[in-house]
Ligand binder design. Structure first.
Ligand code: G3H
Ligand code: 13P
Ligand code: ZN
Length: 313
């Protein structure tokens, strides 16, 4: 199946109350693991690159691989630019056949965020490319009303933003954070706020910083020479609840990284004579694939590819 627009994935997920996994990749190993896992689970999926992924590998390599392999798979998937920070990145992604982009001005004043997002929508909408934006800051929250109001999304602002920009998806800050150290104390997500944003906007919502930071990988990393003591993630129950309350795209990067690195560390420690990287990367890739499948089931997108196939035929 060819690449599809992110619009159709977001629309269907919103209509049917489930979420589509959005997984980050920087190289062939992650891309292959993600697409194979999604294919085996018959799940639609977003594959996404950040600007730093493009800086690391080059867009010719990353987008080139996607275009070269897309017809090997029967599942519908979208190629997405994650956290695009300026118009140049958006235009570059469009040139390389991305079918979905995020313009992330969440660290700028509301008015500036609104203005650039509107401009990106005016460029992308006629091309059938989906646009995601973000409101609030991705930071873990503590139990204090003042700090919450400073970093989390304001539901009334969200309504105004969606009405005025015409975005396809909105990432609301509700207390998650990127990386392997998400919370100082116990995990705390503002579900009431999420519910309000969904009620007011009705739009497809995106959960960033959603990795579970699974203890088995953290333990292996620490056991085999790493130092990530105190790493914490979003409990799976919380992700499930967020999906039930209207999240339609869930971004996962850290969980894939942890699975890959844990496997590498273990194998490097155990197989001291190995000098063939493939003997490290293949098992690491298989572990990434396992995590992608686990996440797909968590988001209830397993077996949902047919909804999109029917709509696009
Ligand atoms: O924003 C999402 C990422 O997990 C950070 O990715 O290291 O490729 O910028 P990056
Ligand atoms: P994690 O760091 O929790 O995997 O979040 C990734 C993300 O939000 C990418 O945009
Ligand atoms: Zn993110």
């Amino acid at each position: 199946m060819p690449l599809v627009s992110g619009k159709i994935l977001l629309e269907i997920a919103n209509e049917h109350n489930f979420a589509i996994g959005a997984f980050n990749f920087n190289n062939m190993e992650f891309l292959k693991a993600i697409l194979e896992a999604a294919e085996e689970e018959e799940a639609p999926v977003f594959i996404q690159t950040t600007e730093s992924a493009l800086k690391y590998a080059g867009i010719e390599y990353l987008a080139g691989m996607v275009h070269a392999v897309k017809d090997k798979y029967s599942i519908p998937f979208a190629l997405h630019l994650d956290h695009g920070k300026n118009l140049e990145s958006i235009l570059l992604a469009i040139r390389y056949g991305y079918t979905s982009v995020m313009i992330d001005y969440s660290d700028k004043p509301f008015g500036e965020n609104l203005k650039i997002t509107k401009e990106v929508v005016s460029i992308c909408a006629p091309l059938g490319i989906a646009v995601e934006a973000e409101l609030g800051k991705l930071e873990g929250i503590e139990d204090g009303v003042i700090s919450r109001e400073k970093v989390l999304i304001n539901p009334e602002e969200a309504k105004e933003f969606v009405d005025k920009t015409g975005v396809d998806a909105l990432a609301p800050a509700i207390g998650t954070a990127h990386g392997a150290f998400k919370f100082k104390g116990k995990p705390m997500l503002d579900f009431e706020r999420l519910k309000k944003v969904k009620e007011l906007t009705g739009i497809a919502l995106v959960l960033h910083g959603a990795s579970g930071v699974y203890s088995e990988y953290v333990e292996d990393i620490n056991k085999y020479g790493g130092e990530i003591t105190g790493a914490t993630g979003v409990p799976e129950e919380d992700v499930k609840k967020a999906v039930d309350l209207g999240i339609n795209k869930v971004n996962t990067d850290t969980d894939l990284r942890l699975a890959f690195i844990a496997t590498l560390r273990k194998l490097l420690a155990e197989e001291k004579k190995n000098v063939d990287p493939r003997k490290l990367f293949k098992p690491a890739m298989d572990e990434v694939k396992k995590v992608v499948k686990r996440r797909i089931k968590l988001y209830k997108s397993q077996g949902k590819a047919h909804f999109i196939k029917v709509r696009t035929n």
